[in-house]
Design a protein around this ligand. Structure first.
Ligand SMILES: C[S@@+](CC[C@H](N)C(=O)[O-])C[C@H]1O[C@@H](n2cnc3c(N)ncnc32)[C@H](O)[C@@H]1O
Length: 285
């Protein structure tokens, strides 16, 4: 199948970026038969990234399996904010000749494919990375992407107890679509991403509230909790952070159409105050 035919089939199926998608599909398929099958699946409505088997995120190629939430470009803003905090925290470099010390502890909750965890692992110097998801398909996928420990279970439940009080970055793109708004999502999301990845309860904040309530048990003094949210939900989300004992602020990116709540556990001295460059463009790498 030549490129104009691929473009025509994609366009007929309603793909807005048919030329771009055709290029990606043709570059990824190893045989004409595979290309035909991929075009068929894409024309049938499967998200492009699930057809390709990967998504670009923070300059990395993240494996994405069918039925697993596709990492969104807007979530790169959360990674940028986390990297900025880590750099602002000015963890002292090792003196020359000293043995390698363990890096900072990073935990990604609701990790999905593991995109956030993988990006932080790539951007930070020798981090110890842990990631959790409740969905076995997401966990299998994340194990392909995350250079660290990936656990299956409910939020904090599967984390090793030794991490309590020691986590410096706790990050999550938790489900935050209000239940009644699921029906308004694009068909690609509704049909091919699991409900557990999308549904955040009546106001979309059920999982965020549980994460915020549990965070003080796991964060190190001065450690940070970062959760993606929407502008509309940010005030209620910030209240949940405060109820959990975290100082909360909201960062937004107009370019990425992204909003991130950042909470800090008091007690870290100068490390509790945010610093460092705020507008990294490349996820810090
Ligand atoms: C919006 S997706 C985000 C995935 C990933 N962080 C990303 O940005 O690509 C939310 C993820 O949360 C997981 N999840 C939902 N409820 C959970 C829970 N109680 N404990 C752990 N994971 C959960 C879902 O399985 C899904 O993979």
């Amino acid at each position: 199948m030549d490129e104009p035919l691929v473009v025509a089939r994609l366009r007929a199926a309603g793909c807005v970026f048919a030329e771009d998608e055709a290029g990606l599909l043709m570059a990824t398929a190893r045989t004409p038969e595979e290309l035909d099958a991929m075009v068929e699946r894409r024309a049938g409505g499967l998200p492009l990234e699930q057809v390709l088997g990967w998504a670009e995120f923070c300059g990395l190629r993240i494996a994405v399996d069918p039925g697993v939430f596709v990492p969104r470009r807007r979530t790169e803003f959360l990674v940028q904010q986390a990297v900025s905090l880590i750099r602002g925290d000015s963890i002292p470099p090792d003196p020359p000749g000293s043995p390698a010390r363990p890096g900072i502890i990073v935990v990604a909750l609701c990790c999905g494919s593991g995109a956030i965890a993988a990006a932080l692992a790539a951007a930070v110097d020798r981090p110890e990375v842990h990631a959790v998801d409740i969905d076995p398909a997401a966990v299998r996928c994340a194990r392909r992407n995350v250079p660290g420990h990936v656990y299956q279970g409910d939020l904090y439940q599967p984390l090793p107890a030794r991490l309590a009080g020691r986590v410096e970055i706790l990050a999550g793109n938790v489900p935050y679509v209000p239940t009644e708004e699921i029906g308004f999502l694009p068909p690609e999301a509704r049909a091919h991403e699991p409900l557990v990845a999308l549904d955040g309860g009546p106001d979309g904040l059920d999982v965020l509230r549980r994460v915020a309530a549990g965070a003080p048990d796991w964060l190190a003094p001065g450690g940070h909790l970062l959760i993606e949210t929407s502008d509309r939900q940010a005030p209620l989300g910030a209240a949940a952070f405060a109820a959990g004992g975290l100082t909360a602020r909201v960062e937004t990116s107009a370019g990425l159409n992204a909003t991130v709540l950042i909470g800090t556990l008091p007690g870290g001295g100068e490390r509790a105050s945010p610093g460092g460059p705020r507008h990294l463009t490349d996820c810090g790498r």
